[in-house]
Design a protein around this ligand. Structure first.
Ligand SMILES: Nc1ncnc2c1ncn2[C@@H]1O[C@H](COP(=O)(O)OP(=O)(O)OP(=O)(O)O)[C@@H](O)[C@H]1O
Ligand SMILES: [Mg+2]
Length: 242
């Protein structure tokens, strides 16, 4: 579904964010990418979301080399990818319904279609009673629910989440992870979650990659890696070595 093939990314500043990264996210996966700050995690997600292009290597999405596309074709692929961020990135001057509706308005959907879809999505994320509320009046967990509903509005096939629970307390984080897991199961949504917390990966991801200093140092099934971690970095993240 998503493949990075020997991908390197060097930003124009000369910063080497990724080096020779190869990874496959299969349809239906909840794939976890874990590593320390600066490891290159967000860069990987930006490549998957076509927000950045690789310096070398290929980004293949739905079996097509996404790097070859510009303009309308790139936008068509992007429409199938929803993204959720740590800081929620809501439009503060718009209500919950207005935020969820935003991507639908851009794609030119009719008003009554938008209203029905907003109600469906609000129900999915447990915010049916908050459609008229404004983001300033919501808790962090509720804001992230709005962001998830908005990311799902155009029916994407892939959901990319960059540190979706880092701004939340541990209880609320669990609720959001449960929601993401539910959406994956209910909608068969292929999901990628970036986190610095290996326990998040343990809780929800069937497959995982550990990233360190621009490289993947370990990749595979979560259960197998956590039962028998091979790389020093994975062990460190698990607190085996202190
Ligand atoms: N737009 C950019 N321009 C230049 N350098 C960048 C850019 N984005 C990221 N970098 C650099 O690339 C490296 C990897 O950054 P990235 O944001 O992918 O890491 P990360 O693992 O997501 O870190 P964090 O956990 O702090 O979010 C860092 O050294 C960073 O400074
Ligand atoms: Mg990041």
């Amino acid at each position: 579904m998503i493949e990075l093939r020997n991908v390197s990314k060097i930003y124009t500043t000369g910063e080497r964010a990724l080096e020779d990264v190869t990874l496959t996210v299969e349809e239906g996966d909840i794939f976890g990418i874990v590593g320390k700050s600066g490891a290159g995690k967000s860069t990987m997600l930006k490549l998957m979301g076509l927000l950045e292009m690789p310096t070398t290597g290929e980004v293949v999405i739905f079996g097509e080399n996404a790097g070859a596309y510009r303009g309308a074709k790139a936008n068509a692929i992007k429409k199938n990818i929803g993204t959720v961020f740590q800081g929620f990135n809501l439009l503060m001057q718009r209500s919950v319904a207005g935020n969820i509706a935003f991507p639908l308005e851009i794609t030119g959907k009719r008003r009554h279609e938008i209203k029905t879809r907003c109600e469906e999505l609000a129900e999915l994320v447990g915010l049916s009673d908050k459609l008229r509320a404004y983001p300033a009046s919501l808790s962090g967990g509720q804001k992230q629910r709005v962001a998830i509903a908005r990311a799902l509005a155009t029916n994407p096939k892939i959901l990319l989440c960059d540190e979706p629970t880092s701004a939340l307390d541990s209880f609320t984080a669990k609720e959001i992870l449960r929601l993401i897991k539910d959406i994956n199961a209910k909608l068969g949504m292929t999901t990628v979650i970036i986190t610095h917390d290996i326990h998040v990966v343990k809780a929800v991801c069937n497959r995982m990659a550990v990233v360190d200093e621009a490289h993947i140092v370990e990749i595979g099934k979560t259960a197998e890696i956590l039962a028998n971690p091979q790389s020093a970095k994975t062990k460190e993240l698990l607190n085996f070595d202190i």
